[in-house]
Each structure stands twice: as C-alpha cells, then as structure tokens.
Ligand binder design. Sequence first.
Ligand code: NDP
Length: 316
Amino acid sequence: METKSIDTKCLIIGSGPAGYTAAIYAARANLSPILYSGSQPGGQLTQTTEVENFPGYPNGVTGQQLMEDLKNQALRFGTDIRSGIITGIDTSASPFKVTINGSETLSAATIIIATGASAKYLGLPDETKYAGLGVSACATCDGFFYRKRTVAVVGGGDTACEEAIYLSTLAKKVYLIVRKPFLRASKIMQERVQQIENIEILFNCNTLGLFGEEFVEGAHIVEGKGTENERNFDIAIDGFFLAIGHKPNTDAFAGKIELDEAGYIKTYNGTTQTNIPGIYAAGDVADPRYRQAIAAAGTGCRAAIDAEKFINENAI
Ligand code: NDP
C-alpha cells in the first residue's frame, strides 16, 4: 500500500462548528491548517433542520447553510479541506503521526480533535435487522420517506422533540416514546410538541422490539416496566427514529489520549489541551455538558489559539 507523508503545523480532525472555527483561526494565524472532514462532513448540524439559536442569524438558518457558511469562511483563509477519516494516531513522538483511511500517514506539529459525537441506539437486535428498512437516527435525512405514514421517535430530550416536530409535518402520526413520566427537553420544545395534534406522547414507555415482514411494521412497547401496572402493547408504525443522545467519536484515540469514563476527551487547566501537549480537543468530543453549536465553535477558536501558542513557544 502506498504511504504518503505530509507535514502540517496544525491538523484539524472534524468538520463541525468546532473544526471549521478552529480552521478559521488557525488559517488566519498562518498555521496553514489541513482539515479532515471525516465520515459526516459538516457534522451533526447537517442533519438538523432550523437552527434558531446560533448568534448572528436573527431569522434562523438551516443546519446545512450554517455549515456551508462556516466551511466557506475556513476556505477563504486558505484551509486545506480534505476528505478522509483518521483511523489511527501515534502520540509517542513529536511531530505526531496520524493514519488516514487505514493507509496514508500524515505528520503534524499540533492536532485539534473535533470529531464530535454520534447518535446512540437502544442496543436492540431489531435496530440492526431493520437498519435502512425503517430504523433511522436522522429524521431530517429520512423523514421524507414517511410522508403520510406513521412513525415513532424515541427519547424525551430536545433532539427527540425537534425530530418529532419535524416528522409531524410529513407523517400522518408521530408517537413520541418517552421512558420517564416527563420530557427532559427545554420548556419551549415541550410546549411545541404538546400543541401538535398528530404527535402522541407515550410516557413511561420502553421499546422491547420491532416487527415486520421486510420493513418495520410495528413496535412492541412496555408501559410502566417493573411496576404493578406493567402493560405490554404494540403500535403500528412504518418508521422508528432514535433520538436518545450521542456518544463521543473517540474510538480512534482510545488508549492514546486520555478519555473520561463516558469516552469524552479530557481537557486540562481550563484550556483545550488534552493530556498531551500539542494535542487539543474542541466541540462535542470533549463536551458532555453543553453540546451546542455555538459552544463548539467557541472551543474551536480556543483550540486554535492554544495550538498557535504551542507552535510559538516551541519555535516550530
Ligand atoms: P439528551 O441527553 O438531552 O436526551 C436524551 C433523551 O433520550 C432523554 O429523554 C433520555 O431519557 C432518553 N434516553 C436515553 N437513553 C435511553 C434509552 N436507552 N431508552 C429510552 N430513552 C433513552 O439528548 P439530546 O440529544 O436530546 O440533546 C443533547 C443536547 O443538545 C442537550 O443539551 C439539548 O438541549 C441540546 N439540543 C438542543 C437543541 C436546540 O436547542 N434546538 C436541539 C437538539 C439538542 P431520560 O430523560 O430518562 O434520561
């Protein structure tokens, strides 16, 4: 296999708000950054509908447009944006070495990890069995296929409410399956969901499995699991959407960079620095708490400034 070696002062891994913001700052600081856009170019926001809370867009903006704007801003200052997935990292010596797509290698004086997080699944065998056949973790991507049909969304947070609201505009009916007796989502999202006629919230409910000949045709539900009122029933659905949170995309860094017990990258001293000087983390990959686009962009900025400082202090 051909191995290619390229040097850069600043390698940015990930193309969400954190990655692109880091690129804008690093490029303007003359670090000539190379950015690898990963398996989901543009990150999670490309799968959301309207973004109403990103400052600077008083009328809201679509996730796609916001990411396109950030990308163009990073390009404007000369960021080298490349397709590819970082599959390995060697942090034992400086410059650091990464492997791209399992074959090519690249050496970098500093690395900013902004790989974000991915949707979680319940872990039911049926989720795999019906993958692409009615099971999805992205209403914006797949909602169109369920026009005038019946779907279920699992989860009680902002994502679940947002997905349910979006799907309610396409589908005939939307079940929202919530394991607790209340929604965890922000008040405004709770109110919106509760006002929509074709959304039915199933509180205290868990999904036991899915059924259907070839495609999903329904879900087995248990209400009040473990209580004296426990009740099993089925709902007829054509689509089953997961919206139960995310897990950080850190598989390629496990054992090389310090992670917390949930797999998020640990940062130190109120900076974006990981346990390895010269390697920084920005955005959702290091943020189990805020997980907002604007917060990710903020840490992307900080990571680029931290990387620049490292370069200057080490006269690289
Ligand atoms: P959250 O972690 O906030 O919510 C996850 C939901 O899924 C919870 O209701 C949780 O239930 C439920 N859940 C988790 N595991 C299971 C399981 N195994 N079975 C059934 N249900 C399960 O994740 P979100 O993705 O909704 O939100 C993440 C962050 O992003 C939040 O800070 C949110 O505010 C933010 N966000 C903001 C948006 C906006 O402002 N427009 C849009 C989307 C997200 P339980 O409550 O019982 O733990």
